[in-house]
Design a protein around this ligand. Structure first.
Ligand code: HC1
Ligand code: SF4
Length: 562
């Protein structure tokens, strides 16, 4: 600790990791483009620079607080310097602001306004870099990139993928995949985390809302929808609600207003996943075959494993994800109805995840040219539609989901946060084996935002070793430890995104996604679980009905062929 002098005021520092944090803690919102507290410091944008009493200009993100150091955050030199940085960025930026998806939320636009620079004052330099729309999930427009490097770092440091990098040097530097590849030709897992940290409109979600409008206007189609767990605790953020505020009933009502005929809950198919996956696990465990079993519900993780660790193929659960299980079940359920009223059922998913778009498009999830899920829209795209048609979110009266597929258990709901799938499986496997308190102790060990969580469960004299990991970089490290023999597990839950689906790349984009946002959204799901009478997947009578009816002798359709 020590004392620094900021703009003539004495300020004490304790644990602040850099001067920038100290300045912000002292009540001044110093701007940056490239500083994310969860990523390593790159110091590219220089917006956080201040002047010292010795006349030096220093980037505060990359300097530690020093006792006695005196700085000015708004000296004449600094104000000029900051404006110059912005002017250069603006001169190199495609200023198609009116139609840009990030307009109003773009950090460059906000700072241009804050520092009194009109975005259109500057001569446009040539902006002729090719827009990359090859990915099924995101669009990358290099002409809107300010080279802050946030996407490069999140892809490398959090996801361990490294699909994006810096090409060329100095003023020529641009961010793109190596070897001039398009994103689709790289090992990109479609997670959208790069979009989540992009301060401008350089990386956005591939907007497919027109496809839904087309389906809704098409009289030959019956549009029905499933809503993923994590959507309900984040959509409200686009309409002024706090992260974690539960808006399930409003989402149902809004989808109905749009023309969706029936709305169902992906938590129900998550319940089916619990049954299928725990059966699969117990079978493998008893035979000692293909362990550890890795979960398969996260498509970012599945693609990562396929490209990086193809030898793990047999270790990944054969269960389809809840999204695809639901598509499968709904196709069965609506077969006769479609034939009767000469309409095709069009299955829409509302997901917190950009990779779910890619999952639904995988060839194994199409049968005779019909996809199990026709269209995946992210939480963010749903918010775009709501704003377009002018629905007043606050005034929407909540509605219940439709029967029979609108009832999920609490176990199915918590799938949307890291540790949720594991807890859901354990609720089933441990039932009647432990008392409530012991169960709670075990469940607590897989809750929370620690990057790797472990639990050892002793059932009938057998020790089951479990790991829960999120953020693929951590998964990658864990796999390396398993391969070297340093660690051994029987069951491993992997979610690509840090925090699980609640922090998926399709969710509303806060100014900066933080641990607090993740924790609040996650708490929202546990709150829903608390008030749900159905705790365990098998408490769900709809699950029983499905097994005794639609899926009788057909449960194999809930699995992929691998
Ligand atoms: Fe998820 Fe899942 S929890 S993957 O995070 O298993 O997207 O919410 O829908 O499929 O249920 C996402 C969330 C979601 C699936 C379930
Ligand atoms: Fe990297 Fe994910 Fe972005 Fe692909 S979508 S470039 S994997 S961060």
């Amino acid at each position: 600790s020590g004392i620094m002098i900021i703009d003539g005021m004495k300020v004490q520092f304790n644990n602040q990791k850099n001067i920038l944090s100290l300045i912000r803690d002292s009540g001044i919102d110093l701007p940056t483009f490239c500083y994310h507290s969860e990523l390593s410091i790159y110091g590219a944008c220089r917006m956080c620079s201040v002047e010292t009493s010795k006349g030096e200009i220093i980037a505060t993100c990359s300097e530690k607080p020093r006792d006695g150091l005196e700085i000015y955050t708004n000296s004449p030199r600094i104000r000029k310097y900051r404006k110059m940085i912005l002017e250069l960025l603006l001169a190199n930026h495609d200023k198609d602001c009116t139609s840009c998806e990030r307009t109003g939320k773009c950090q460059l636009q906000k700072l241009a306004k804050r520092y009194g620079l009109g975005v259109n004052r500057f001569t446009q330099l040539a902006q002729d870099n090719e827009v990359d729309d090859s990915s099924p999930s995101i669009i990358r427009n290099p002409n809107k990139c300010i080279k802050c490097g946030d996407c490069v770092m999140v892809c490398e440091e959090v996801q361990g993928v490294g699909a994006l990098g810096f090409v060329n040097r100095g003023s020529e530097v641009i961010i793109k995949p190596a070897f001039n590849k398009s994103l689709a030709e790289t090992n990109c897992i479609n997670c959208g985390q790069c979009r989540m940290v992009c301060p401008t409109g350089a990386i956005i979600i591939k907007n497919e809302t027109e496809k839904l409008w087309d389906a809704l206007y098409d009289k030959s189609k019956r549009v029905i929808a499933q809503i993923a767990p994590a959507v309900r605790v984040a959509l409200g953020e686009e309409f002024g609600k706090k992260p974690g505020e539960v808006t399930t009933g409003k989402i149902v009502a809004i989808l109905k207003k749009l023309g969706v005929e029936e709305v169902f809950d992906t938590s129900l198919s998550a319940d089916l996943t619990v049954v299928e996956e725990s059966n699969e696990f117990l079978k493998r465990y008893n035979k000692g075959e293909n362990l550890p079993l890795f979960t398969s519900c996260c498509p970012g993780w599945v693609k990562f494993a396929e490209t990086r660790y193809p030898e793990l193929k047999e270790n990944i659960s054969s269960c389809k994800s809840p999204q695809q299980m639901f598509g499968t079940v709904l196709r069965e359920a609506y077969k006769e109805k479609d034939a009767e009223d000469l309409r095709d059922t069009y299955i829409l998913s509302i997901m917190p995840c950009t990779a779910k778009k890619a999952e639904a498009a995988r060839p194994e999830f199409s049968h005779d040219g019909v996809r199990e899920v026709d269209l995946v829209l992210t939480t963010q795209e749903l918010s775009i539609m709501i704003k377009e048609i002018g629905i007043k979110f606050d005034e929407v009266e909540e509605e219940a989901m439709d029967m029979p597929f609108g009832t999920g258990s609490g176990a199915g709901v918590i799938f949307g946060t890291t540790g949720g799938v594991t807890e859901a499986v354990l609720r089933r496997v441990l039932k009647n084996k432990f008392d409530k308190e012991d169960c709670n102790i075990i469940f607590n060990s897989v809750r929370g935002l620690d990057s790797v969580k472990e639990a050892i469960v002793n059932i009938d004299g057998n020790e089951i070793k479990i790991a829960v990991v999120h953020g693929l970089k951590h998964a990658d490290n864990l796999i390396k430890q398993i391969k070297s023999g340093e660690k051994k597990y029987d069951l491993i839950e992997v979610m690509a995104c840090n925090g699980g689906c609640v922090a998926g790349g399709g969710q509303p984009q806060p100014k900066m996604i933080t641990r607090e946002t993740r924790a609040l959204r996650s708490k929202g799901l546990y709150d829903i679980d608390k008030t749900n009478q159905l705790k365990d997947a098998e408490d769900n009578y709809i699950v029983k009905n499905i097994y005794n009816g639609l899926l009788k002798n057909k449960t194999h359709i809930l699995h992929t062929n691998h």
